[in-house]
Design a protein around this ligand. Structure first.
Ligand code: AMP
Length: 424
């Protein structure tokens, strides 16, 4: 029997959990400020929901299992498919666009390393029902706002799988072949991808794609170079122009994004614009965000609807953000004898009722030991409950100075030193 954590999972101790909650509330606060509303979905789904979207190959990267009735289920590896399933079953008739956000754990059977876990958290959004340049740009701008407000050193790269897909389609590559080649490029297997393309459309196609996917840099400059590379390929050029409109809308938002035509995104459901954000200081696992525009509702039996979204890797953001722990006022109520325990319980309840966060000494210790214990825990103020309680009074002790004074229980809740400092 092993009592260790399963590989790729983590425990979060109190200090870390406080930081996680703090980051969650900052990110979700920004989502809400753009009008997004939170949704929740089950931690596990029918396996087919995941394979319908990402193909059978994904099964080896999943936690999948059969339940006692023999149904095949999987722990969710991400939220987009579950959210779109929910949209199709419950939200299709809502006024458009729908702005939804989520936060929660995802599970992937991966090889764990720094910044890569088997259980990790995602925070993300889906904007359902509009495919205008400004709608697509909004989603990118929202991701950018979060990264900026967290004061990270990051790079935002925007590209389009549409350009490459159209180019491949013009050379006779079917949907499946497109997905295969895009997958290879995404995994960095560029040589293999180019060989396949050569077999498919000759050296000219391979050369074209090689040039295209190496284009990355300042948006206008890259767009000009790409136009030259794509001359005569009208479908791909059309996609490039659509991307240009999104890049222009991003300028209105004040977002500085680079254009990167090498972003292929592994999952096959993206249709046009795609984007990724990197925090270089994170090293190998530097990608903190991935997203783009897609059409998925029809895969789950709904009407096609243009959608854009992204997911942040919450754990990676937490590492990158290097947040300071929140400042918390710690208060402890100590009964001076066993007889005073009921009174101390009442005082603690009264304090909590007035919004003071406090804990009660429950170790049955003598005063000296209890104070030493409070000190060791970093408690700043102690409320001593003794005989004075008959007069409605207690003794307040400042643990840093050792100063003590008698205070009316009634007035404790008003004392500024006992209230929580406002959060940063
Ligand atoms: P994806 O759904 O693959 O586009 O992932 C979105 C984001 O989730 C990525 O940019 C990563 O930051 C994060 N992420 C993906 N897989 C993991 C993992 N195994 N551990 C930690 N973060 C991850």
């Amino acid at each position: 029997m092993s009592f260790r954590r399963p590989r790729g999972t983590r425990d979060f101790l109190p200090g870390e959990m406080e930081l996680r909650r703090m980051l969650e509330s900052r990110i979700c606060g920004i989502f809400r400020s753009f009008g997004y509303r939170e949704v929740g979905t089950p931690t596990f789904e029918h396996l087919e929901l995941i394979t319908a979207k990402s193909g059978e190959e994904i099964v080896e990267r999943l936690y999948s299992f059969q339940d006692k009735s023999g149904r095949w289920l999987a722990l969710r590896p991400e939220f987009t498919a579950p959210v779109m399933r929910m949209y199709v079953t419950s939200l299709q008739s809502e006024p458009k666009p729908l702005r939804l956000y989520y936060f929660g754990p995802c599970f992937r059977y991966e090889r764990p390393q720094a910044g890569r876990y088997r259980e990790f958290w995602q925070a993300g959004v889906e904007l359902i029902g509009s495919g205008t340049p400004e709608a697509q740009a909004e989603v990118v701008a929202l991701a950018d706002t979060v990264l900026r407000e967290l004061e990270l050193e990051y790079e935002l790269h925007v590209g389009s799988v549409g350009v490459l897909r159209k180019l491949l389609a013009e050379h006779g590559a079917g949907e499946e072949e497109q997905v295969r080649v895009m997958g290879m490029i995404d995994r960095g297997e560029v040589e293999e991808a180019l060989q396949r393309l050569e077999a498919l459309g000759g050296a000219e196609l391979a050369e074209l794609v090689e040039q295209l996917i190496s284009l990355e840099g300042e948006a206008r400059e890259v767009a000009r170079r790409a136009e030259r590379v794509l001359e005569g390929h009208s479908g791909a050029t059309g996609e490039l122009r659509s991307l240009g409109e999104i890049m222009e809308a991003l300028e209105w938002y004040g977002v500085e994004a680079r254009l990167n035509l090498g972003i292929a995104r592994g999952l096959d459901y993206y249709t046009g614009m795609v984007f990724e954000a990197y925090v270089p200081s994170l090293g190998a696992e530097k990608q903190v965000c991935g997203g783009g525009s897609y059409s998925l509702a029809e895969v789950f039996g709904g009407k096609p609807v243009p959608t854009s979204g992204f997911a942040f890797g919450f754990d990676r953001l937490l590492i990158a953000a290097e947040l300071e722990p929140p400042v918390e006022r710690r208060v402890m109520v100590i009964p001076l004898s066993r007889e005073m325990v009921p009174g101390a319980v009442r005082v603690a309840s009264e304090l909590r009722g007035r919004g003071v966060m406090c804990e009660l000494e429950v170790m049955g210790r003598k005063l000296g030991k209890a104070l030493a214990g409070a000190n060791a825990k970093g408690v700043e103020y102690v409320v001593l409950v003794g005989e004075e309680l008959r007069r409605g009074r207690v003794v307040l002790r400042d643990m840093r100075t050792g100063e003590q004074r008698e205070v009316e229980v009634e007035r404790l809740g008003e004392l500024p030193e006992l209230s929580q400092p406002s959060s940063p």
